[in-house]
Design a protein around this ligand. Structure first.
Ligand code: ATP
Ligand code: MG
Length: 205
């Protein structure tokens, strides 16, 4: 920028820059014209995976879509999102897990529970009236080998063309990442827990 610029010249240059930027953005928006169900994976060690998924549940419900939620690891049943979302018509909430493997301490039972759970998920993945399916903490039964990854991928691939699926959990397997359309890895920069702050209502539960 020249020091001789007057405010009008600066404004005009800004306007031209924004016009060029708008042309680039409009062109890329026009190019993305496909409409189909997408597979999203929210992974990584940072906070925000499940809460982001439930944010999408709210969006979908706001548009009158049907939403199915399956929770694979039963952490706690007192979360605000479970209480709130269970009261919404148009949403079905399945609890398909009993707890982390170090809590159940019974691998046979973990496998049985996960596989029974997947049969329920498969029903949702065959139901075109369900517009959004949230598979919360699905990465854990995959990581522990309670569910067969190839079976899970095949069922995901066979779902209705317009159905969206969101999968959350740490350590998403590489083949799942490859199969997904949108993948976000949440990075843990800081977490209040490590400074001794317990889980806070409205933020963590
Ligand atoms: P959220 O449900 O808040 O979106 P998340 O799904 O990304 O979190 P999980 O691994 O499922 O994270 O853990 C859920 C709980 O653990 C939440 O109470 C969350 O605040 C907390 N948590 C998430 N990440 C961390 C972390 N890096 N350190 C400590 N606690 C965490
Ligand atoms: Mg989570």
């Amino acid at each position: 920028m020249s020091s001789h610029d007057n405010p009008q010249q600066r404004d005009e240059r800004h306007r031209q820059r924004m016009q060029r930027k708008k042309a680039v953005i409009d062109a890329s928006i026009a190019k993305a014209d496909a409409e189909r169900g997408v597979l999203l994976v929210l992974t990584g060690n940072g906070k925000g995976k499940s809460s982001s998924a439930f944010g999408m549940a709210v969006r979908a419900l706001g548009h009158g879509m049907q939403v199915g939620v399956a929770q694979f690891i039963k952490g706690r049943s007192d979360t605000g999102e479970e209480g709130f979302l269970r009261r919404q018509s148009g949403l079905v909430w399945h609890v398909l897990g009993e707890g982390f493997t170090w809590e159940t301490q019974n691998r046979e039972r973990d496998i049985e529970t996960a596989q029974r759970g997947w049969a329920i998920v498969r029903e949702m993945l065959r139901d075109a009236s369900v517009g959004l399916v949230i598979l919360d903490e699905l990465t854990y039964p995959l990581k522990y080998g309670w569910l067969d990854l190839d079976t899970v991928l095949a069922d995901l691939r066979a779902r209705p063309a317009m159905q969206h699926v969101v999968i959350t959990g740490r350590g998403a397997p590489e083949t799942l990442i490859e199969a997904a359309d949108t993948v976000t890895e949440l990075r843990d920069v800081k977490h209040a827990f490590r400074a001794g702050v317990k889980a806070q209502t409205g933020v963590d539960l």
